[in-house]
Design a protein around this ligand. Structure first.
Ligand code: ARG
Length: 584
C-alpha cells in the first residue's frame, strides 16, 4: 500500500509555507478551494492582510514570490482584491493518478493516523413486528457510514439494538404457553412464513388480551417471570426472537446487506446490567426518586406548562425500560468495547431520548470528554404526495413489498436497455439496480431531511440516481473491453484537455472527500461527489475521443483515465453499499 498525497493537500502545504516565509509570525489558513477560473483559488491572504494592516494585493504578490513552482504548481496569479489563482501542472495530475492507479482498491487513500473505535448502532428492528421504511433508513445509512469509516481506517463495531424485551412479550409468551405449537420452529420457515406466523400469533394474543381480564393478569405475571429469568418463559421468548431473526435476515439479504449474528445485541442483552445501572445512578445522585420512579431531571428540557420532562430509568412498578437498556449499553460500549465514538442511526423523533441518555451518561462519568456520542437522527420517508409514506389504505408499507417493487421497476429499465443480456442476467442486474436505487435515493439526501420515496424518479436514467452512476460504470467497462489488448497506461508527458483536467482533479479528491464525509457522518457528500464524477466523465467522453484519439499514447492515457474513473466509481459505490455491474 502506497498512499498518495492529494494535489489539494500539496498545494495547501506550498501556500502555507509561502505565507509563513512572508509573515513568519502569522499562521494563516490559505483557504484553498476548487475554482472555475483556475484549478484552485486561495482567499486567505485577505484576512491576513487585514490583521497585518497591509495592502492585500501587495501582500499577495509578496506571498507569490515565495511559492515554489515548476513541479506541482505551474502558475500562480494574483487576482481581484488579493486572491490567488493557482494552476496545477498537467504532469502532476497524471502523475498523482498513476500512483493511485498502482495502489489497487485503496486508490492511494491513506489510513487515518489516529484511528478510534466507533460503535455504530443501526438496523434495529423489533422482534415480532414487521419492519417499515424507518428501519430501512437506519440500515442503509448505518451500513454506508460503517463502510466509509472502515475505509478511513477507523475500527467499527456494529450493534443492532433490536427491540427484543419489554412488557409486550408477556402477552405473546403467555399466549404461546397456552397454545403450544402455534409458532412453527424457526428452522422450518422462510422469512415470509416467519413474519406471517408472528403476525398471526400477535393478532390472536392481542384479541385475547383485550377481551379477557384474567388472561391480561396472567400476561402481566409472565412479564415478571421473564424479567426474573424463569427458564420456561425464556425458552418461549427465545422462540419469538429466533422466528423474528429468520425474517430480519431475509429482509437484510434482499437489501444486499451483511448483518453479523454476533452484532445483534438487543435490549435483552442489557437486562442483567440494568439494576446496577439504576443503583449507581441513584448512589451518585444523578437519578432521584419521584413518585416511586427513578428519574433524571434536566434544567433545560421542559414540556407543556414548563414542567420538567424527566428521563425514566426505573418505573414505579420496578420495571426497566428503553432508557435503562440504552444507559447500560453505553457502559458496555465504552468500558468493555473501548469505544471512542458512539454513533446511533435512529429516527430524529428519538433525538430527545438520546439527548437525555447522553447527558445522564456524562453526569455519571460513563461518557467522558474522550468519547463522543452522536445521534444521526434521520428524517421521515414520505410518499410521492409529500405525506408520510403509507399504503392507499393508510397502513404502513411492508418493507419487502417496497423492495420487490423497486426491483421490478428496475427490471423494466434494464430490459429496455439490455442488448446482449439473458433473462437470468436481467433479473440479476435488476436486483442490483433496484436495491441500489433505493439505497442511493436515501443516501443522496442529507440524512436529517425527509425524502420522497418516488420509484419512478429513483430508477430514472437521467438525474442524480444510482442507475445513472451504474450506467456510467458499465459504459467504461465496455470501452475497456473494446480496447482489447491495448492496456490503459499513464503518460504524464501529455498535455491534458480541459475536460481531462477537470476529471483528473476530481478523481484526485476522492480520498479527501471520503475522509470529510466520514468525519461529518455525511454519506450524501460522497454521493454528491460520485454524481459529479459521473458528470465530469460524461463531458470528458463527449469531448475527448478515447479509442480514436490521435496517438497510441493518447489512447492509452485516456483509457487510463477511464480506468481510474471506473475504479473510483466502483469503490465509492461499494462504500455506500451499492453494486456496480460490469455490464448493463
Ligand atoms: N428498536 C428501536 C425502534 O424500532 C430502535 C433502537 C435504536 N437504538 C437504540 N440504542 N435505542 O424504534
Amino acid at each position: 500500500m502506497t498512499s498518495v498525497t492529494s494535489l489539494t493537500a500539496q498545494v495547501q502545504q506550498r501556500l502555507a509555507n509561502a505565507i509563513s516565509a512572508t509573515r513568519p509570525e502569522a499562521d494563516a489558513d490559505p483557504l484553498l478551494r476548487r475554482s472555475d477560473r483556475a484549478d484552485f483559488q486561495a482567499n486567505g491572504i485577505l484576512a491576513l492582510a487585514k490583521k497585518a494592516k497591509a495592502n492585500p494585493r501587495e501582500l499577495a504578490t509578496e506571498v507569490v514570490g515565495h511559492i515554489v513552482t515548476g513541479d506541482v504548481i505551474k502558475d500562480v496569479e494574483v487576482s481581484g482584491p488579493g486572491f490567488l489563482n493557482i494552476t496545477v501542472a498537467d504532469r502532476a495530475i497524471t502523475g498523482n493518478l498513476a500512483a493511485r492507479h498502482a495502489d489497487g482498491e485503496r486508490l492511494g487513500v491513506p489510513l487515518k493516523e489516529q484511528a478510534g473505535i466507533t460503535v455504530v448502532d443501526y438496523a434495529q428492528p423489533n422482534v415480532a413486528k414487521e419492519m417499515h421504511v424507518g428501519h430501512l433508513r437506519s440500515a442503509v445509512i448505518g451500513d454506508a457510514l460503517r463502510g466509509m469509516l472502515d475505509f478511513t481506517g477507523e475500527q467499527t463495531i456494529g450493534r443492532h439494538h433490536i427491540g427484543d424485551w419489554g412488557t409486550q412479550f408477556g402477552m405473546l409468551i403467555q399466549y404461546l404457553f397456552e397454545h403450544p405449537g402455534e409458532l412453527a420452529p424457526a428452522e422450518d420457515v422462510d422469512g415470509e412464513q416467519a413474519m406471517s406466523n408472528l403476525n398471526r400469533v400477535y393478532k390472536a394474543s392481542r384479541a385475547v388480551f383485550d377481551s379477557d381480564e384474567e388472561f391480561k393478569e396472567r400476561a402481566r405475571k409472565r412479564v415478571v417471570a421473564l424479567q426474573s429469568g424463569d427458564k420456561e418463559t425464556l425458552e418461549l421468548w427465545q422462540q419469538f426472537v429466533d422466528e423474528s431473526k429468520v425474517y430480519f435476515y431475509s429482509v437484510f439479504e434482499k437489501l444486499d446487506m451483511e448483518i453479523r449474528d454476533d452484532e445483534i445485541v438487543g435490549e435483552s442483552a442489557y437486562n442483567d446490567g440494568m439494576p446496577e445501572t439504576a443503583r449507581l445512578l441513584e448512589e451518585m445522585g444523578v437519578a432521584v426518586r419521584s413518585e416511586g420512579a427513578l428519574v433524571v431531571f434536566f434544567d433545560e428540557i421542559r414540556g407543556k406548562d414548563d414542567q420538567p420532562v424527566p428521563l425514566i430509568v426505573q418505573k414505579a412498578d420496578g420495571g426497566f425500560g428503553y432508557a435503562a437498556s440504552d444507559l447500560t449499553a453505553i457502559r458496555n460500549r465504552v468500558q468493555d468495547l473501548h469505544a471512542t465514538s458512539l454513533l446511533y442511526v435512529v429516527d430524529v423523533r428519538q433525538s430527545l431520548h438520546f439527548k437525555m441518555v447522553f447527558e445522564t451518561a456524562r453526569r455519571a462519568g460513563w461518557l467522558t470528554d474522550e468519547v463522543t456520542a452522536h445521534n444521526m437522527g434521520y428524517g421521515t420517508v414520505l410518499g410521492a404526495d409529500g405525506k408520510p409514506f403509507k399504503t392507499r389504505e393508510g397502513e404502513t408499507v411492508r418493507l419487502e413489498d417496497l423492495l420487490d417493487e423497486a426491483v421490478q421497476r428496475a427490471a423494466e429499465v434494464v430490459r429496455e436497455k439490455a442488448q446482449d443480456l439473458t433473462e437470468v442476467e436481467i433479473q440479476e442486474r435488476a436486483a442490483q439496480v433496484g436495491i441500489g436505487a433505493v439505497k442511493y435515493a436515501d443516501l443522496s439526501t442529507s440524512p436529517n431531511r425527509d425524502y420522497k420515496f418516488d420509484l419512478d424518479q429513483m430508477v430514472s436514467l437521467n438525474g442524480d440516481t444510482s442507475v445513472y452512476l451504474q450506467y456510467a460504470y458499465a459504459r467504461i467497462q465496455s470501452i475497456l473491453r473494446k480496447a482489447g489488448d491495448v492496456r490503459p497506461a499513464a503518460h504524464p508527458e501529455l498535455e491534458l484537455h480541459a475536460a481531462e483536467r477537470a476529471l483528473g482533479l476530481h478523481l484526485d479528491a476522492f480520498g479527501d472527500t471520503v475522509f470529510e464525509a466520514a468525519a461529518e457522518y455525511a454519506p450524501h457528500k460522497l454521493a454528491a461527489y460520485l454524481y459529479q464524477l459521473a458528470s465530469l466523465y460524461t463531458s470528458f467522453y463527449d469531448k475527448c475521443p478515447v479509442l480514436k484519439a490521435e496517438s497510441p499514447e493518447q489512447v492509452r492515457n485516456r483509457l487510463f483515465l477511464c480506468d481510474v474513473t471506473a475504479r473510483t466509481l466502483h469503490q465509492g459505490m461499494a462504500l455506500l453499499g451499492i453494486r456496480t455491474p460490469e455490464r448493463l
